[in-house]
Write a protein that binds this ligand. Structure first.
Ligand SMILES: *[C@@H]1O[C@H](CO)[C@@H](O)[C@H](O)[C@H]1NC(C)=O
Ligand SMILES: *[C@@H]1O[C@H](CO)[C@@H](O)[C@H](O)[C@H]1NC(C)=O
Ligand SMILES: *[C@@H]1O[C@H](CO)[C@@H](O)[C@H](O)[C@H]1NC(C)=O
Ligand SMILES: *[C@@H]1O[C@H](CO)[C@@H](O)[C@H](O)[C@H]1NC(C)=O
Ligand SMILES: *[C@@H]1O[C@H](CO)[C@@H](O)[C@H](O)[C@H]1NC(C)=O
Ligand SMILES: *[C@@H]1O[C@H](CO)[C@@H](O)[C@H](O)[C@H]1NC(C)=O
Length: 412
């Protein structure tokens, strides 16, 4: 009995040893397999590679397409790079707080937190991916700019910037060629804004004889092109989201906390200088505050986006001097939540509407949605601008990238 028991123990132990050996061997063979798996899944997630130069993104886009096509379980949401409207992304070199294109389409400028305005030569951004875009920085006097705007002093392109800490309005002459100090810009003037609240917007155009600044407290200041204060308008509203000017400078309006959009007209003197601005119309029919307004190319139509999720197009081409109200052409409800930013393409064909989750393109003529992009992997969009030829919408924000999207009506 004892012997048999001993035998049983012996057999038991040897089976145990055998099993352990088998397990160890199988583990050894599994190891390379496992690491293979994880590396393939890391190539699958290419959403937001920090080092995203355009070529890489395009390559990754192809790769990702291949893996999702060949992988039935891949049901993760498509990245923006996979969207057919995605054209490219480029390093902005700074947080993008405000993004503006010069009236001649030559410079794409942005400001952020690097005490400068970054100026990209637009042409070099859309060309070949092999050569990096050309840019230079316009140094600010020890301050960050909160917003920027382009205009002209009559003969030269001028960039206006609002300085954050020193609360100044500053004008720069942007030169076609470097000056004797090797700089591509010169400071023209700088004036104190004397505005207590944060400046939300600055508006100007190459055709307007004035510059407009608007504080969060909705106090609007009108400046001559030489930096003299012409008028202060207290609109008596609580909060301003942004101000917008028609391309010819004739009208401007404010998106405010109130549920009414006031439209102002800038009257000129005989010599073409700014005289004064008068409130001439108001757009009504909103249930909540207005977040964004944008004029079309001739300045006679205006698109609004409201917290009530409506997007409305109005015609200002009415006899407002006889108290005729602007005509509501259409009102549509956003399927993408509240729209924070709205912008009409320069060719008056498309409206770009964006919030932190979606970028949506709509028909200007009737407000129907053409296409939309879920903004996965983009960290907070702060500003967007159309290219002069309406081919691209360019957006930028906190992740220091510039994203170029094709206009869906121009995609071949
Ligand atoms: C990819 O990774 C990022 C961060 O590393 C994460 O936020 C994102 O959800 C991932 N996306 C997918 C599709 O797995
Ligand atoms: C500019 O912005 C950055 C980031 O917000 C901040 O660290 C820096 O102090 C700012 N500089 C000035 C002069 O305001
Ligand atoms: C502007 O100044 C305020 C404080 O006055 C600061 O909190 C904010 O970060 C500044 N913004 C930039 C872009 O520098
Ligand atoms: C515009 O600015 C340039 C450069 O400072 C100057 O030469 C030119 O005379 C200005 N034009 C007007 C109309 O003020
Ligand atoms: C604007 O007007 C309102 C009252 O209409 C007043 O309470 C407010 O202080 C004024 N704001 C400025 C900056 O003058
Ligand atoms: C809106 O306009 C576009 C382009 O003109 C047209 O194709 C589309 O059918 C219109 N949609 C509606 C709902 O009227």
């Amino acid at each position: 009995m004892l012997e048999i028991k001993g035998n049983e123990t012996y057999i038991g132990v040897s089976i145990f040893v055998f099993v352990v050996t088998l397990l160890l061997i199988s583990k050894l063979f599994k190891k390379p397999n496992k690491s293979n798996k994880s590396s393939s899944s890391s190539t699958k997630n290419i959403t937001n590679s920090k080092d995203s130069n355009t070529e890489e993104i395009k390559e990754e886009r192809e790769k990702k397409k291949a893996t999702t096509d060949g992988n039935a379980e891949a049901n993760s949401k498509p990245t923006i790079q996979q969207h057919k409207l995605f054209f490219k992304s480029l390093r902005a070199g700074d947080v993008v707080n405000s993004l503006k294109l010069s009236p001649d389409g030559k410079y794409l400028s942005l400001c952020g937190s690097e005490r400068s305005v970054k100026m990209f030569i637009y042409e070099t951004m859309i060309g070949s991916n092999k050569t990096p875009p050309q840019s230079f920085s316009l140094q600010l006097p020890f301050d960050n700019a909160t917003c920027i705007s382009w205009g002209s002093n009559g003969s030269q392109l001028v960039l206006y910037a609002v300085l954050n800490e020193s609360k100044k309005l500053i004008a720069f002459n942007v030169l076609d060629q470097k000056n004797s100090q090797g700089k591509s810009y010169e400071q023209l003037w700088s004036v104190p804004l004397e505005q207590k609240s944060e400046i939300k917007s600055i508006c100007s155009s190459d055709k307007s004889p004035y510059i407009l600044t608007c504080g969060e407290d909705t106090v609007v200041k009108i400046w001559s092109l030489k930096g003299q204060l012409v008028q202060t308008i207290n609109t008596s509203q609580i909060k301003a989201y942004m101000a917008s000017m028609s391309p010819d400078g004739r009208f401007f309006s404010l998106a405010t906390f109130s549920s009414e959009v006031k439209v102002f007209e800038a009257l000129k003197k005989k010599d073409g200088q700014i005289d004064q601005c008068k409130r001439v119309m108001s757009l009504s029919g909103f249930k909540m505050s207005i977040h964004s307004v944008s004029f079309n190319s001739d300045g006679l139509k205006i698109v609004t986006s409201s917290k009530d999720q409506s997007i409305k197009l109005y015609s200002l081409n009415v006899k407002y001097s006889l108290d005729v109200d602007p005509e509501l052409l259409y009102s549509v409800t956003s399927n993408f939540g509240v729209i924070d930013m709205i912008s009409v393409s320069p060719d008056d064909q498309v409206i770009a509407a964006a919030n932190q989750k979606y970028l949506c393109f709509m028909e200007f003529s009737n407000g129907s949605v053409i296409d939309s992009i879920e903004l996965i992997g983009i960290n907070k969009i702060n500003s967007m601008v159309w290219s002069k030829d309406s081919q691209y919408l360019i957006a930028g924000g906190d992740d220091k990238q510039l994203y170029f999207f094709n206009n869906p009506k121009k995609l071949k």
